[in-house]
Structures are given as C-alpha cells and as structure tokens.
Design a binder for this molecule. Structure first.
Ligand code: FES
Ligand code: FES
Length: 153
C-alpha cells in the first residue's frame, strides 16, 4: 500500500508493506541512515526520531503510523540553525566516542530543549534514561546536555 510520509520537510509517496517499520523505511528506502538499529526492542534509543515533534523508537514504530505527523531525523535537525553550537558543546565535553548513540541522544534532546523541560541535572539524567551508550560513562554526555540546556552541572 502506498503511504505519504513527510520527512525533514520533504513529501515522499512510497509503496510499503503494512508492517514496515519506520526505521527500515528511513534507512533502506530514503537512505537516511542517521537513526541507528541496535537493540530492536525499544530499549536503547539509538533509533530515535521525531514524529509530530515527539520522540519515538523507530525500530518499533510502523511507518504507516507516521503518515499523519511529520517525521524528523538527525539529518533534518543537523541542517537547522543552532545545531552546530549544540554539536560543539558535545565535542567540547568529548561526550561521545564511537558516536553510534549520538543521533538518538540528539533527537531526544531537541524537543526537551524546545519545551524548556531540562531545569536541573536530575531532569537531564531522568529524561535520558531511555538512551543507552555503550562507550562512555554518561557523565560527559550529561555535562554536554546541561551546557546545551543552560543547566548548572
Ligand atoms: S534500536 Fe530502537 S530502541 Fe534500540
Ligand atoms: S559513543 Fe559509542 S555508543 Fe555512545
């Protein structure tokens, strides 16, 4: 069945299976490979993208269910004004090593910053409990998010 998806501001009309997962459509059909597959069971956050402005685990989200809300991936976020300053904050703190988890952290962060939802280090630690990193001890990531959110760390 054809589905119309708006991804990073661009409309796509694609024939896709009813049970196609959003992560597979983004990566394999649209060649947007920023969102990563890791756990595949909605635990690690590596596949996080926004649908209608809210973070979802695209490894467990049907592509057809994204037809009513614009999809945003790290590729779209990275093209926005202000992203470079955010990336610099993460680089300053050496927040990531391999970087596999980074798109998921950043897509989780975007709506939190927009809502002003991060007011303390405890907020940051709580909101990112669903984003796993296999390389770091999280401290530098939390430090970078605190800087990005203007929260004392
Ligand atoms: S790959 Fe989707 S949550 Fe881990
Ligand atoms: S930096 Fe390697 S998984 Fe997070």
């Amino acid at each position: 069945m054809d589905v119309r998806l708006k991804v990073n501001g661009t409309e796509h009309e694609l024939p896709i299976d009813d049970n196609a997962l959003l992560l597979d459509v983004l990566r394999d059909r649209l060649r947007l490979t920023g969102a990563k597959r890791s756990c595949d069971v909605q635990v690690c956050g590596a596949c996080t993208v926004l649908v209608g402005g809210e973070p979802v685990s695209s490894c467990c989200f049907l592509a057809h269910d994204a037809r009513d809300g614009e999809v945003e991936t790290i590729e779209g976020f990275a093209a926005e004004e202000g992203f470079a300053a955010l990336a610099e904050a993460f680089a300053r703190h050496n927040a990531f090593q391999c970087g596999y988890c980074a798109p998921g952290f950043l897509m989780t962060l975007k709506p939190l910053l927009a809502r002003g939802a991060l007011r303390s280090r405890a907020d940051v630690e709580r909101e990112f409990a669903g984003n796993l990193c296999r390389c770091t001890g999280y401290r530098a990531i939390v430090d970078a998010v605190c800087e990005a959110a203007g929260v004392a760390s």
